[in-house]
Structure formats: structure tokens, C-alpha cells
Design a protein around this ligand. Structure first.
Ligand code: SF4
Length: 376
């Protein structure tokens, strides 16, 4: 990770084993979309092998009490983020709105663009949203004390460890997410548990935080978050059914991309950047008043989370990234529901607990604020 070896990666696997061996703890786990198209590489499979069902099966054998999907958190993020985008467009709010689910990018703009803290979406990331719902709605349903729930995240990302520790994302000193491990650490744990991943059959995630749509899966690749948001915003703004959900003009691996999507009478201008050098160019344009976009998606890693720092090493090999990206889009096509606002468990969550998207309760649990930090 650090070429001079001055910094080493924090390994949290022992914390997960300790929680799993603590009878007082109710330990739930969530898995990010990018993990399922990469972990197979650590067990001799081809890049781009989809292992979603095997991951759920392996987690069940490890002894987790609830096996949840960060994709559920991603669908929830879209309910809030698409609401925020529509609100900003229809009420002369600050535009462009920037996506906010990449913590490395969030930290970057807090340090480098402290004069523009009103442009990112206030939405928390999918892992944090799922953690917040696990410790409130799920805890109430299961009659559990949230203090006894441990939420473990399996992420393609090193920055997600720091995100989970952000104090503005905790409540009463109780973090929404307790432990974050990477794809590589997860593979290490499977080997320690002598679980033969390559021979496992497919199993499902658990209700009530396990259902997901194709829109949430594509969070794993550059362009996917904004495509998912457009699928929902389109139907909310126009009131029409979106028949073709694949916005191919938003896809690809070029560092900066742009597209105009027709949403009723509105020409929705979208920018996409992956890699912080590319992000800086779009941000400098905003600062100079030259940006034409309504919404911009930014991801710090090459290709987005599929190329994250916690994934099996790819050494910059874009063929590997491309295969993982193709697998993400295949997983989306495999889903019967491909728009976040069609997720029945999400709709039930709003009906039973949150109220309306972008409402007061959703704000207190699912949104955040940003703080200007010194330049580094
Ligand atoms: Fe983490 Fe990279 Fe994904 Fe950002 S793009 S959330 S840093 S894996």
C-alpha cells in the first residue's frame, strides 16, 4: 500500500473474530457490490467471476447473525440522493450536486475545496446508511439493544475504515459501523476458517436488509451511482415509466466523461470523474463558475470501487478492472428489479419507520454535514 513501507494497512480481522466469539454480541455483516466481482480472484477464479451467492453462504458458515447486503444501503442512498437532486433542481438549490459515497473523495474536498462544502450531496454512504438502519429499525424489529449489535462491513476500500470512525456519523458514541474489513481481509478470514470458497453453493442474503435492485449493484463501478440516481430521478420528475434503464452514455473507463440525459423537458447534464486528479479539474471549473453540470459523480479509485485499495491487487491492469466492470453490469442485468425505488424492503422501511424520503427522520439518520479542514 505504501511504497516506502512507512505506513502499513490496519488489519481488523481479529476484531471480527472477537465479536463472533462474544455470545453477548449480535453480529451482522454487509458486503459492498464491488467485493462480489473480485473476491474469486483470491481463490483462483477468473477476474469478473460473480460470487454473490457464495459470499452469503460463506458468511452463514462463519456464524454471523444477520447477513445483509450493502446494495440495500445503496438503494436507500438513491432514494435520498435522487430526492435531493430533484429538490435542488426544482427549488433553485445549489448545483451541481456531487455524489458523496466515496470517503476518500469526501476527505479530499474537505481539505482542498473547503469553500465549496455546500455542493456535495448530504447523503451518507451506503455502508453507513445500512449501519444506521441496522441499529435502529432492525434493532427495534428484533427487540435488540443497539449497543449489543456489531455491524461488520466488507468493503473494497481502505478509506471506508476511516469513514466508519467519523464522529459526525455516530450517535451517542455508538458508531453505525463497528468494524470494516477489506476484500483481502475477508479472504484471509475464509482461509483461517478453512472454508473452501470455490466449492460453496449459492445462498441468499437475509431479510430485512438484504433485498437489492440492479441500480444498487452498479454502485461498484465508475458512473454507476449517477446512473442509478438517474433511473429513479427520471421517473420521479416525468411521472413516466423508464423502459430502457441502461444509460450507456454514462459508462466507460475514461477518466472524465460527460453526458446529457433527456428527462422530460430537462436536459440533465452529468459529469463523471474517477481518480482525484480528474476530480480536481471538474471542481476547479465549478469554483471558476464554468461548470454546466446538474450532477457530478466522483470516485477516487481507478474504475471506481472495483479498483479499490482493499480489492485483490490489480497493479493498474485495466483488463482486470474492465472484467470486474462487465461483471457488475451483468449482475445488474440478472436482477428482475433494476430501479432503487422498486425495492420492496426499502419501501416497507419508509412506510413503517422513516416516513418520506428526504423527510426529517431520514435526514437525522441518513444525512451528514461536512467540515472545512486544513490543506495538506
Ligand atoms: Fe473506496 Fe475507492 Fe470506492 Fe472511493 S472509489 S469508496 S476510495 S474503493
Amino acid at each position: 500500500v505504501c511504497p516506502t513501507a512507512a505506513l502499513t494497512e490496519v488489519n481488523n480481522t481479529h476484531k471480527v473474530w472477537m465479536d463472533l466469539n462474544n455470545p453477548k454480541k449480535h453480529v451482522v455483516v454487509q458486503v459492498a457490490p464491488a467485493v462480489r466481482v473480485a473476491i474469486g480472484e483470491l481463490f483462483g477464479m477468473e477476474p469478473g467471476t460473480i460470487s454473490t451467492g457464495q459470499i452469503a453462504a460463506a458468511l452463514r458458515r462463519m456464524g454471523f447473525d444477520g447477513i445483509f447486503d450493502t446494495d440495500f444501503g445503496a438503494d436507500l442512498t438513491i432514494m435520498e440522493e435522487a430526492s435531493e437532486l430533484v429538490h435542488r433542481i426544482q427549488h433553485n438549490g445549489t448545483l451541481p450536486m456531487l455524489t458523496s459515497c466515496c470517503p476518500a473523495w469526501v476527505k479530499f474536498f474537505e481539505h482542498q475545496f473547503p469553500d465549496m462544502l455546500d455542493i456535495p450531496s448530504t447523503c451518507r454512504s451506503p455502508q453507513i446508511m445500512l449501519g444506521a438502519i441496522a441499529k435502529t429499525y432492525y434493532a427495534e424489529k428484533k427487540k435488540l439493544d443497539p449497543k449489543n449489535i456489531s455491524v461488520v462491513s466488507i468493503m473494497p476500500c481502505l478509506a471506508k475504515k476511516a469513514e466508519a470512525a467519523r464522529t459526525e456519523l455516530s450517535k451517542d458514541h455508538n458508531n453505525n459501523v463497528d468494524v470494516v474489513i477489506t476484500t483481502r481481509e475477508f479472504a484471509q478470514m475464509l482461509k483461517e476458517a478453512t472454508i473452501d470458497f470455490s466449492t460453496l453453493g449459492e445462498e441468499d442474503f437475509d431479510s430485512i436488509l438484504g433485498e437489492s435492485t440492479g441500480a444498487s449493484v452498479i454502485f461498484g463501478t465508475t458512473g454507476g451511482v449517477i446512473e442509478a440516481a438517474v433511473r429513479t430521478a427520471y421517473e420521479w420528475i416525468t411521472g413516466d415509466e423508464l423502459k430502457d434503464v441502461e444509460f450507456t452514455q454514462l459508462r466507460g473507463l475514461e477518466g472524465i466523461r460527460e453526458a446529457t440525459v433527456k428527462v422530460g423537458d430537462l436536459d440533465l447534464n452529468i459529469g463523471i470523474a474517477h481518480g482525484l486528479g480528474n476530480a480536481r479539474k471538474l471542481l476547479e471549473d465549478i469554483r471558476a463558475g464554468k461548470s454546466k453540470y446538474h450532477a457530478i459523480e466522483i470516485m477516487a479509485c481507478p474504475g471506481g470501487c472495483i479498483g479499490g485499495g482493499g480489492q485483490p491487487y490489480h497493479h493498474g491492469d485495466m483488463d482486470i478492472i474492465r472484467k470486474r466492470q462487465e461483471a457488475i453490469y451483468q449482475e445488474d442485468r440478472n436482477k428482475t428489479k433494476r430501479k432503487s425505488h422498486e425495492n420492496t424492503q426499502i419501501l416497507k422501511l419508509y412506510e413503517e419507520y422513516l416516513g418520506k424520503p428526504y423527510g426529517d427522520k431520514a435526514h437525522s439518520l441518513l444525512h451528514t454535514h461536512y467540515t472545512a479542514k486544513d490543506k495538506i
